[in-house]
Ligand binder design. Structure first.
Ligand SMILES: Cc1ncc(COP(=O)(O)O)c(C=O)c1O
Length: 374
């Protein structure tokens, strides 16, 4: 099994040294500094592993359940702390999917499941979210696609990259569809808590015995570099299988990731950080919507949740060419081309990143690049 590179990562690799002066489309909240946590850190904290539980610090696992609204529904034994949601997705997919199994994924969507399923030799069924339908997930098509060989349905809610949001009823409907054929339903909710239009959907781990919820402190809290996330699943064997695979890759969590994430998810800290993330995200989104309205060449379906969405370029502009043009002089502005999501006629816009990304400047340069194009 060889894991092949995806277009999204290829673009990030190729542009890492570009030193842009502005970023449009930043996908996480502005990141806190280490100093923000110093007063709660213990200088005597051992830098050995946590020495208490292979699933992760017990207090941290309790906070994870609380933020997901699962306290009293799932137990901390159902939570595994991982190196980001990315590792949680990886462990679940690699342990559950065998060659020839079928997996249902959404497009556009987060590419990880597609890349891993191909490496495993699983059969992939793609369910297409249509822009003309507001990027809504066509659940009826998932119902038609499942069969006895369907091992997993992999979705993001809120969706990366469109910002669409499933409702509680839709999550229940998906549970019924998965249950009908005994499939695992993995819903990655890294953007949960940043809903602008509708309530946060319930986490599937609390609804279904084969439900897997993955998430992390990376997005709303901006703590991506901690590499701390989780898998929640009421099936003890799934959690144990994930622990076993992890033992053979990174073995255990890094202790500073666990310790700082535990502080960040303490209820008072978490509430304040989420208030800030929501306030800033909403403000930037209002600005972004007004900006897109003023661009004769762009249209978009505003994200209903999360920090990113896709904007449509005029026909004939290839997103890859345009993104590279925008990154060069005189614009020096980074954005992710829609080709990273199989949407070559779109660009990814986003409202995260705080002051560091120079969003206003980036939008002005983007307007100019569009006006100058061709
Ligand atoms: C939907 C989705 N899942 C997982 C990840 C990986 O996040 P983490 O930093 O938690 O590993 C991302 C990051 O962009 C994402 O958008």
């Amino acid at each position: 099994m060889k894991v092949k590179i995806h277009t999204l990562f290829q673009y990030l690799l190729e542009t890492t040294d570009a030193a842009p002066e502005a970023i449009v489309g930043f996908s996480l909240s502005g990141s806190p500094k280490l100093g923000d946590y110093l007063e709660d850190l213990d200088p005597d904290q051992s830098l050995d592993w946590n020495n208490r539980d292979f699933r992760g610090l017990p207090e941290l696992r309790d906070h994870v359940l609380a933020q997901a609204g699962l306290a009293g529904v799932c137990t901390s034994a159902d939570v595994l702390i991982t190196a980001g949601a990315a590792e949680a997705n990886y462990l679940a997919i690699m342990q559950l999917l065998q060659p020839e199994d079928e997996i249902i994924i959404e497009t556009p969507g987060w590419p990880q499941a597609d890349v891993l399923a191909k490496a495993i030799g699983a059969k992939i069924t793609r369910i297409t979210r249509q822009e003309s339908k507001g990027w809504k997930l066509p659940i009826d098509q998932i119902a038609n696609a499942v069969n006895d060989r369907t091992k997993m349905i992999f979705l993001t809610n809120p969706n990366n990259p469109t910002g669409d949001l499933l409702s509680a009823d839709e999550v229940s409907e998906l549970v019924s569809i998965a249950d009908r054929v005994g499939a695992w339903l993995l819903i990655d909710e890294v953007y949960a808590g940043l809903e602008w239009d509708g309530p946060r959907a319930p986490s599937v781990a609390g609804l279904y015995h084969r439900g897997i919820t993955t998430g992390s402190v990376s997005k709303a809290l901006g703590l991506q570099g901690l590499r701390t996330g989780w898998m929640i699943c009421p099936d003890p064997q799934m959690i144990m299988d994930a622990v076993i695979l992890r033992e053979n890759s990174s073995e255990i969590m890094n202790i500073m990731g666990e310790v700082i994430a535990e502080i960040a998810l303490r209820p008072d800290r978490y509430a304040a950080a989420m208030d800030k993330a929501r306030r800033e995200g909403r403000q930037n989104l209002t600005r972004m919507n007004a900006w897109v309205d003023g661009q004769p060449q762009l249209t978009w379906v505003p994200p209903r949740a999360g920090l990113i969405g896709l904007a449509r370029l005029p026909d004939g502009i290839d997103s890859d060419d345009f993104a590279r043009h925008l990154l060069a002089d005189p614009y020096r502005t980074f954005l992710l081309p829609g080709s990273a999501y199989d949407q070559p006629n779109h660009i990814r816009l986003g409202v995260g990143g705080g002051a560091a990304v120079n969003l206003s400047d980036g939008l002005a340069r983007l307007s100019q690049a569009l006006a100058d194009w061709g």
